[in-house]
Design a protein around this ligand. Sequence first.
Ligand code: SAM
Length: 376
Amino acid sequence: MNDLFSRALALAQGQTASASAILRVAQQTSDEAARWAFTQWELRVRAGGKFSRASEMLFVREALEQATHEDLAAYHASRFPPGERVLDVTTGIGADLIALAARGPAVGYELDPERAECARHNLGVAGLGAEVRVEDSLAVDWDADFVWADPARRSQGRRTLSFDELSPDPRVLAARMRALRRGGLKLSPMMRDADLESLGPQVEFVSFQGECREALVWTGGEVSPEAARWAVHVRSGQRLLGEPRNAAGESEPRAFIAEADPAAIRAHALPELSRQTGWLPLGESMGYLTRDEDLASPWVLHRFELVETVRFDPKVIQARLRAHDEPLESIKHRGLELDHARLQKVFGVRGVGSFVLLVYPGLSGVKAALVRRIRS
Ligand SMILES: C[S@@+](CC[C@H](N)C(=O)[O-])C[C@H]1O[C@@H](n2cnc3c(N)ncnc32)[C@H](O)[C@@H]1O
Protein backbone atom coordinates (compact mmCIF):
# COMPACT_ATOMS: atom_id res chain seq x y z
CA MET A 1 0.00 0.00 0.00
CA ASN A 2 1.59 3.33 -1.01
CA ASP A 3 1.39 6.52 1.07
CA LEU A 4 -1.53 7.97 -0.91
CA PHE A 5 -3.67 4.89 -0.37
CA SER A 6 -2.60 4.66 3.24
CA ARG A 7 -3.68 8.30 3.79
CA ALA A 8 -6.99 7.72 2.01
CA LEU A 9 -7.64 4.73 4.26
CA ALA A 10 -7.03 6.82 7.38
CA LEU A 11 -9.21 9.69 6.11
CA ALA A 12 -12.11 7.37 5.16
CA GLN A 13 -12.18 5.58 8.52
CA GLY A 14 -15.57 5.79 10.25
CA GLN A 15 -17.20 7.76 7.39
CA THR A 16 -20.32 6.76 5.48
CA ALA A 17 -19.45 6.31 1.79
CA SER A 18 -21.54 9.29 0.56
CA ALA A 19 -20.60 11.09 -2.67
CA SER A 20 -19.47 14.15 -0.71
CA ALA A 21 -17.34 12.12 1.72
CA ILE A 22 -15.62 10.28 -1.15
CA LEU A 23 -15.02 13.62 -2.90
CA ARG A 24 -13.47 15.13 0.25
CA VAL A 25 -11.04 12.21 0.59
CA ALA A 26 -10.31 12.28 -3.17
CA GLN A 27 -9.41 16.00 -2.98
CA GLN A 28 -6.77 15.20 -0.36
CA THR A 29 -5.50 12.04 -2.12
CA SER A 30 -6.75 10.85 -5.55
CA ASP A 31 -10.04 9.57 -7.02
CA GLU A 32 -8.66 6.06 -7.21
CA ALA A 33 -7.27 6.08 -3.67
CA ALA A 34 -10.55 7.44 -2.24
CA ARG A 35 -12.69 4.81 -4.00
CA TRP A 36 -10.30 2.06 -2.91
CA ALA A 37 -10.26 3.27 0.71
CA PHE A 38 -14.06 3.36 1.09
CA THR A 39 -14.27 -0.11 -0.48
CA GLN A 40 -11.68 -1.38 2.00
CA TRP A 41 -13.73 -0.13 4.95
CA GLU A 42 -16.86 -1.75 3.54
CA LEU A 43 -14.98 -5.05 3.06
CA ARG A 44 -13.40 -4.83 6.51
CA VAL A 45 -16.85 -4.62 8.10
CA ARG A 46 -18.01 -7.56 5.99
CA ALA A 47 -14.88 -9.54 6.89
CA GLY A 48 -15.61 -9.15 10.62
CA GLY A 49 -17.50 -12.45 10.51
CA LYS A 50 -14.38 -14.27 9.31
CA PHE A 51 -11.40 -12.54 10.86
CA SER A 52 -10.84 -11.19 14.37
CA ARG A 53 -8.42 -8.53 13.02
CA ALA A 54 -10.50 -7.68 9.92
CA SER A 55 -10.35 -3.94 10.66
CA GLU A 56 -6.59 -3.93 9.97
CA MET A 57 -6.55 -6.29 6.98
CA LEU A 58 -6.80 -5.62 3.23
CA PHE A 59 -9.17 -7.36 0.84
CA VAL A 60 -10.28 -7.82 -2.75
CA ARG A 61 -14.06 -8.28 -2.88
CA GLU A 62 -14.27 -11.64 -4.66
CA ALA A 63 -11.23 -13.00 -2.83
CA LEU A 64 -12.84 -12.15 0.53
CA GLU A 65 -15.93 -14.15 -0.42
CA GLN A 66 -13.70 -17.12 -1.21
CA ALA A 67 -11.43 -16.69 1.81
CA THR A 68 -11.46 -19.31 4.55
CA HIS A 69 -12.79 -18.37 8.02
CA GLU A 70 -9.79 -18.07 10.37
CA ASP A 71 -11.00 -20.91 12.62
CA LEU A 72 -11.31 -23.23 9.63
CA ALA A 73 -7.91 -22.13 8.36
CA ALA A 74 -6.46 -23.00 11.77
CA TYR A 75 -8.04 -26.44 11.47
CA HIS A 76 -6.57 -26.96 7.97
CA ALA A 77 -3.12 -25.93 9.23
CA SER A 78 -3.38 -28.31 12.20
CA ARG A 79 -3.52 -31.22 9.74
CA PHE A 80 0.11 -30.54 8.71
CA PRO A 81 3.04 -31.40 11.00
CA PRO A 82 4.24 -28.42 13.08
CA GLY A 83 7.54 -27.00 11.88
CA GLU A 84 7.42 -28.60 8.42
CA ARG A 85 7.49 -26.33 5.37
CA VAL A 86 4.11 -26.10 3.60
CA LEU A 87 3.27 -24.48 0.26
CA ASP A 88 -0.10 -22.79 -0.19
CA VAL A 89 -0.55 -22.97 -3.97
CA THR A 90 -3.75 -20.86 -4.03
CA THR A 91 -3.05 -18.05 -1.55
CA GLY A 92 -5.83 -15.51 -2.31
CA ILE A 93 -5.82 -12.84 0.41
CA GLY A 94 -3.92 -15.24 2.64
CA ALA A 95 -6.35 -16.67 5.21
CA ASP A 96 -5.01 -20.22 4.96
CA LEU A 97 -1.44 -19.04 4.50
CA ILE A 98 -1.60 -17.06 7.77
CA ALA A 99 -2.67 -20.20 9.67
CA LEU A 100 0.04 -22.27 7.94
CA ALA A 101 2.68 -19.64 8.76
CA ALA A 102 1.58 -19.61 12.41
CA ARG A 103 2.40 -23.36 12.50
CA GLY A 104 5.81 -23.26 10.76
CA PRO A 105 7.57 -22.19 7.55
CA ALA A 106 5.15 -21.51 4.70
CA VAL A 107 5.31 -20.09 1.15
CA GLY A 108 2.33 -18.82 -0.83
CA TYR A 109 1.73 -18.74 -4.59
CA GLU A 110 -0.87 -16.42 -6.10
CA LEU A 111 -1.56 -15.49 -9.74
CA ASP A 112 -3.12 -12.12 -8.98
CA PRO A 113 -0.66 -9.40 -7.80
CA GLU A 114 -3.36 -7.44 -5.92
CA ARG A 115 -4.41 -10.48 -3.89
CA ALA A 116 -0.76 -11.35 -3.24
CA GLU A 117 -0.24 -7.79 -1.94
CA CYS A 118 -3.24 -8.20 0.39
CA ALA A 119 -1.85 -11.54 1.61
CA ARG A 120 1.53 -9.94 2.43
CA HIS A 121 -0.17 -7.12 4.32
CA ASN A 122 -2.47 -9.56 6.16
CA LEU A 123 0.48 -11.75 7.20
CA GLY A 124 2.03 -8.59 8.65
CA VAL A 125 -1.16 -7.82 10.58
CA ALA A 126 -0.91 -11.30 12.09
CA GLY A 127 2.74 -10.62 12.96
CA LEU A 128 3.92 -13.41 10.66
CA GLY A 129 6.41 -13.62 7.84
CA ALA A 130 5.90 -15.89 4.86
CA GLU A 131 7.00 -15.31 1.31
CA VAL A 132 4.19 -14.73 -1.23
CA ARG A 133 5.25 -15.33 -4.84
CA VAL A 134 3.22 -13.96 -7.74
CA GLU A 135 3.52 -17.04 -9.91
CA ASP A 136 1.47 -19.83 -11.45
CA SER A 137 1.91 -22.56 -8.85
CA LEU A 138 1.41 -25.26 -11.46
CA ALA A 139 4.32 -23.94 -13.48
CA VAL A 140 6.90 -24.31 -10.69
CA ASP A 141 8.57 -27.23 -8.91
CA TRP A 142 7.06 -27.76 -5.48
CA ASP A 143 10.08 -27.61 -3.20
CA ALA A 144 8.27 -29.02 -0.14
CA ASP A 145 6.76 -32.28 1.09
CA PHE A 146 3.48 -30.63 2.12
CA VAL A 147 1.06 -28.68 -0.07
CA TRP A 148 -2.30 -27.04 0.55
CA ALA A 149 -4.76 -25.98 -2.19
CA ASP A 150 -8.12 -24.22 -2.17
CA PRO A 151 -9.01 -23.98 -5.88
CA ALA A 152 -10.98 -20.93 -7.04
CA ARG A 153 -14.38 -21.07 -8.72
CA ARG A 154 -14.19 -19.78 -12.27
CA SER A 155 -17.89 -18.91 -12.33
CA GLN A 156 -18.16 -15.79 -10.18
CA GLY A 157 -19.95 -16.31 -6.89
CA ARG A 158 -21.82 -19.39 -8.09
CA ARG A 159 -21.18 -22.71 -6.36
CA THR A 160 -19.67 -25.14 -8.78
CA LEU A 161 -19.71 -28.90 -8.53
CA SER A 162 -17.56 -29.65 -11.55
CA PHE A 163 -13.76 -29.98 -11.53
CA ASP A 164 -13.69 -28.25 -14.93
CA GLU A 165 -14.93 -25.01 -13.36
CA LEU A 166 -12.23 -24.91 -10.67
CA SER A 167 -8.83 -23.30 -11.01
CA PRO A 168 -6.36 -24.93 -10.67
CA ASP A 169 -7.99 -28.19 -11.72
CA PRO A 170 -8.18 -30.41 -8.57
CA ARG A 171 -7.30 -33.50 -10.64
CA VAL A 172 -3.99 -31.93 -11.66
CA LEU A 173 -3.29 -30.81 -8.08
CA ALA A 174 -4.16 -34.22 -6.61
CA ALA A 175 -1.96 -36.06 -9.13
CA ARG A 176 1.04 -33.94 -8.08
CA MET A 177 0.19 -34.18 -4.38
CA ARG A 178 0.21 -37.98 -4.53
CA ALA A 179 4.02 -37.89 -4.90
CA LEU A 180 4.41 -35.76 -1.72
CA ARG A 181 4.14 -36.71 1.94
CA ARG A 182 0.77 -34.96 2.31
CA GLY A 183 -1.43 -32.75 0.17
CA GLY A 184 -4.77 -31.26 1.16
CA LEU A 185 -7.53 -29.88 -1.05
CA LYS A 186 -10.53 -27.81 0.01
CA LEU A 187 -13.65 -28.46 -2.07
CA SER A 188 -17.41 -28.06 -1.94
CA PRO A 189 -19.17 -30.65 0.25
CA MET A 190 -21.88 -30.73 -2.41
CA MET A 191 -19.58 -32.54 -4.82
CA ARG A 192 -20.36 -36.19 -5.47
CA ASP A 193 -18.70 -38.80 -3.23
CA ALA A 194 -17.16 -40.56 -6.24
CA ASP A 195 -15.59 -37.30 -7.48
CA LEU A 196 -14.11 -36.45 -4.08
CA GLU A 197 -12.84 -40.01 -3.57
CA SER A 198 -11.20 -39.99 -7.01
CA LEU A 199 -8.80 -37.30 -5.71
CA GLY A 200 -7.54 -39.01 -2.57
CA PRO A 201 -8.30 -41.78 -0.09
CA GLN A 202 -9.32 -39.59 2.86
CA VAL A 203 -12.29 -37.26 2.72
CA GLU A 204 -13.49 -35.21 5.66
CA PHE A 205 -16.64 -33.13 5.90
CA VAL A 206 -16.22 -30.07 8.07
CA SER A 207 -18.94 -28.96 10.46
CA PHE A 208 -18.77 -25.30 11.47
CA GLN A 209 -21.45 -22.98 12.88
CA GLY A 210 -24.13 -25.62 12.30
CA GLU A 211 -23.31 -26.07 8.61
CA CYS A 212 -21.33 -28.54 6.54
CA ARG A 213 -18.88 -25.97 5.19
CA GLU A 214 -16.27 -27.90 3.25
CA ALA A 215 -15.03 -31.23 2.01
CA LEU A 216 -11.30 -31.76 2.53
CA VAL A 217 -9.46 -34.39 0.52
CA TRP A 218 -6.09 -35.71 1.75
CA THR A 219 -3.59 -37.62 -0.33
CA GLY A 220 0.17 -38.41 -0.34
CA GLY A 221 2.63 -41.01 0.94
CA GLU A 222 1.90 -40.25 4.61
CA VAL A 223 -1.86 -40.62 4.19
CA SER A 224 -3.23 -44.12 4.72
CA PRO A 225 -4.23 -45.49 1.30
CA GLU A 226 -7.33 -47.08 2.81
CA ALA A 227 -10.45 -45.16 1.81
CA ALA A 228 -11.96 -43.33 4.79
CA ARG A 229 -14.64 -40.71 5.16
CA TRP A 230 -15.54 -38.82 8.32
CA ALA A 231 -17.18 -35.71 9.74
CA VAL A 232 -15.18 -33.33 11.92
CA HIS A 233 -16.74 -30.81 14.30
CA VAL A 234 -14.21 -27.99 14.31
CA ARG A 235 -15.26 -26.31 17.59
CA SER A 236 -15.18 -29.49 19.69
CA GLY A 237 -12.56 -31.37 17.67
CA GLN A 238 -14.81 -34.45 17.66
CA ARG A 239 -14.88 -36.85 14.71
CA LEU A 240 -17.43 -39.36 13.44
CA LEU A 241 -16.42 -42.08 11.03
CA GLY A 242 -18.67 -42.51 8.00
CA GLU A 243 -20.08 -45.75 6.61
CA PRO A 244 -21.11 -46.76 3.10
CA ARG A 245 -24.53 -45.21 3.71
CA ASN A 246 -26.85 -43.85 6.40
CA ALA A 247 -29.21 -46.66 7.40
CA ALA A 248 -32.97 -46.14 7.89
CA GLY A 249 -33.94 -45.93 11.55
CA GLU A 250 -36.70 -46.16 14.17
CA SER A 251 -40.21 -46.05 12.78
CA GLU A 252 -41.79 -44.41 15.86
CA PRO A 253 -40.39 -41.35 17.60
CA ARG A 254 -39.32 -41.61 21.24
CA ALA A 255 -39.82 -38.79 23.79
CA PHE A 256 -37.20 -36.49 22.20
CA ILE A 257 -36.33 -35.63 18.59
CA ALA A 258 -33.31 -33.75 17.25
CA GLU A 259 -31.77 -32.67 13.97
CA ALA A 260 -28.40 -34.16 13.12
CA ASP A 261 -25.40 -32.05 12.20
CA PRO A 262 -25.26 -31.62 8.37
CA ALA A 263 -21.63 -32.78 8.16
CA ALA A 264 -22.51 -36.00 10.02
CA ILE A 265 -25.31 -36.60 7.52
CA ARG A 266 -23.06 -35.76 4.57
CA ALA A 267 -20.28 -38.09 5.80
CA HIS A 268 -22.85 -40.92 6.17
CA ALA A 269 -21.90 -40.96 9.83
CA LEU A 270 -25.36 -41.27 11.43
CA PRO A 271 -24.74 -44.92 12.49
CA GLU A 272 -21.57 -43.81 14.35
CA LEU A 273 -23.42 -40.80 15.81
CA SER A 274 -26.04 -43.24 17.18
CA ARG A 275 -23.40 -45.49 18.71
CA GLN A 276 -21.65 -42.56 20.41
CA THR A 277 -24.69 -40.61 21.63
CA GLY A 278 -27.69 -42.96 21.69
CA TRP A 279 -29.57 -40.59 19.31
CA LEU A 280 -31.18 -43.02 16.83
CA PRO A 281 -32.10 -42.16 13.22
CA LEU A 282 -35.85 -41.57 12.83
CA GLY A 283 -37.69 -43.15 9.89
CA GLU A 284 -35.95 -42.60 6.57
CA SER A 285 -35.61 -38.91 7.28
CA MET A 286 -31.82 -38.88 6.89
CA GLY A 287 -31.40 -36.31 9.58
CA TYR A 288 -34.01 -36.52 12.34
CA LEU A 289 -32.88 -38.43 15.39
CA THR A 290 -34.83 -39.73 18.38
CA ARG A 291 -34.02 -40.71 21.97
CA ASP A 292 -35.84 -41.63 25.21
CA GLU A 293 -34.04 -38.91 27.13
CA ASP A 294 -32.77 -35.56 25.95
CA LEU A 295 -29.01 -35.21 25.44
CA ALA A 296 -27.01 -32.26 24.11
CA SER A 297 -24.16 -33.12 21.76
CA PRO A 298 -22.03 -31.19 19.26
CA TRP A 299 -23.54 -33.45 16.59
CA VAL A 300 -27.11 -32.43 17.35
CA LEU A 301 -28.45 -29.04 16.23
CA HIS A 302 -32.02 -28.38 17.33
CA ARG A 303 -33.75 -30.48 19.97
CA PHE A 304 -37.50 -31.01 20.50
CA GLU A 305 -39.79 -32.75 22.97
CA LEU A 306 -42.42 -34.96 21.35
CA VAL A 307 -45.99 -33.76 21.99
CA GLU A 308 -47.71 -36.42 19.86
CA THR A 309 -47.48 -38.16 16.51
CA VAL A 310 -50.21 -37.00 14.11
CA ARG A 311 -51.68 -37.90 10.74
CA PHE A 312 -50.20 -35.70 8.00
CA ASP A 313 -53.54 -34.02 7.36
CA PRO A 314 -54.15 -30.27 7.79
CA LYS A 315 -57.59 -30.73 9.39
CA VAL A 316 -56.32 -33.26 11.94
CA ILE A 317 -53.32 -31.12 12.79
CA GLN A 318 -55.38 -27.90 13.11
CA ALA A 319 -57.72 -29.75 15.48
CA ARG A 320 -54.82 -30.98 17.62
CA LEU A 321 -53.34 -27.48 17.79
CA ARG A 322 -56.72 -26.12 18.93
CA ALA A 323 -56.92 -28.88 21.56
CA HIS A 324 -53.48 -27.84 22.87
CA ASP A 325 -54.43 -24.15 22.49
CA GLU A 326 -51.07 -23.57 20.78
CA PRO A 327 -50.19 -21.86 17.46
CA LEU A 328 -47.80 -23.52 15.01
CA GLU A 329 -44.41 -21.80 15.08
CA SER A 330 -42.97 -23.60 12.02
CA ILE A 331 -42.90 -26.70 9.84
CA LYS A 332 -39.73 -28.65 9.17
CA HIS A 333 -39.34 -31.53 6.77
CA ARG A 334 -36.57 -33.83 5.62
CA GLY A 335 -36.27 -36.51 3.00
CA LEU A 336 -39.42 -35.38 1.14
CA GLU A 337 -39.97 -33.08 -1.83
CA LEU A 338 -42.56 -30.71 -0.38
CA ASP A 339 -43.56 -27.17 -1.32
CA HIS A 340 -42.54 -25.41 1.89
CA ALA A 341 -44.39 -22.12 1.22
CA ARG A 342 -47.62 -23.98 0.44
CA LEU A 343 -47.28 -26.17 3.56
CA GLN A 344 -46.87 -23.09 5.75
CA LYS A 345 -50.08 -21.61 4.32
CA VAL A 346 -52.12 -24.84 4.51
CA PHE A 347 -51.06 -25.55 8.09
CA GLY A 348 -51.44 -21.93 9.24
CA VAL A 349 -47.86 -21.36 10.43
CA ARG A 350 -47.82 -18.29 12.71
CA GLY A 351 -44.12 -17.95 13.51
CA VAL A 352 -44.86 -17.60 17.24
CA GLY A 353 -45.03 -20.12 20.09
CA SER A 354 -42.92 -23.24 20.47
CA PHE A 355 -44.90 -25.92 18.59
CA VAL A 356 -43.22 -27.27 15.45
CA LEU A 357 -44.53 -29.81 12.95
CA LEU A 358 -41.89 -32.29 11.76
CA VAL A 359 -42.62 -34.21 8.56
CA TYR A 360 -40.48 -37.10 7.31
CA PRO A 361 -40.70 -40.35 5.34
CA GLY A 362 -41.39 -43.48 7.38
CA LEU A 363 -41.26 -47.05 6.15
CA SER A 364 -45.03 -46.90 5.50
CA GLY A 365 -45.49 -43.41 4.02
CA VAL A 366 -45.28 -39.82 5.24
CA LYS A 367 -45.05 -39.40 9.02
CA ALA A 368 -45.66 -36.28 11.09
CA ALA A 369 -44.97 -35.32 14.69
CA LEU A 370 -46.01 -32.30 16.72
CA VAL A 371 -43.08 -31.31 18.89
CA ARG A 372 -42.13 -28.54 21.31
CA ARG A 373 -38.83 -26.75 20.70
CA ILE A 374 -36.29 -27.04 23.52
CA ARG A 375 -34.66 -23.65 23.99
CA SER A 376 -31.13 -23.97 25.27
C1 SAM B 1 -10.39 -19.84 -3.34
S1 SAM B 1 -9.06 -18.72 -3.47
C2 SAM B 1 -8.06 -19.15 -2.10
C3 SAM B 1 -8.48 -18.53 -0.83
C4 SAM B 1 -7.50 -18.72 0.27
N1 SAM B 1 -7.41 -20.11 0.68
C5 SAM B 1 -7.90 -17.87 1.47
O1 SAM B 1 -8.37 -18.44 2.44
O2 SAM B 1 -7.75 -16.66 1.41
C6 SAM B 1 -8.11 -19.36 -4.81
C7 SAM B 1 -6.97 -18.47 -5.26
O3 SAM B 1 -6.09 -19.22 -6.09
C8 SAM B 1 -5.56 -18.38 -7.08
N2 SAM B 1 -5.08 -19.25 -8.17
C9 SAM B 1 -5.81 -19.93 -9.08
N3 SAM B 1 -5.01 -20.64 -9.89
C10 SAM B 1 -3.74 -20.41 -9.47
C11 SAM B 1 -2.44 -20.86 -9.91
N4 SAM B 1 -2.33 -21.71 -10.94
N5 SAM B 1 -1.36 -20.41 -9.26
C12 SAM B 1 -1.47 -19.57 -8.21
N6 SAM B 1 -2.67 -19.10 -7.77
C13 SAM B 1 -3.77 -19.52 -8.38
C14 SAM B 1 -6.72 -17.48 -7.47
O4 SAM B 1 -6.26 -16.28 -8.03
C15 SAM B 1 -7.40 -17.28 -6.10
O5 SAM B 1 -6.99 -16.09 -5.50
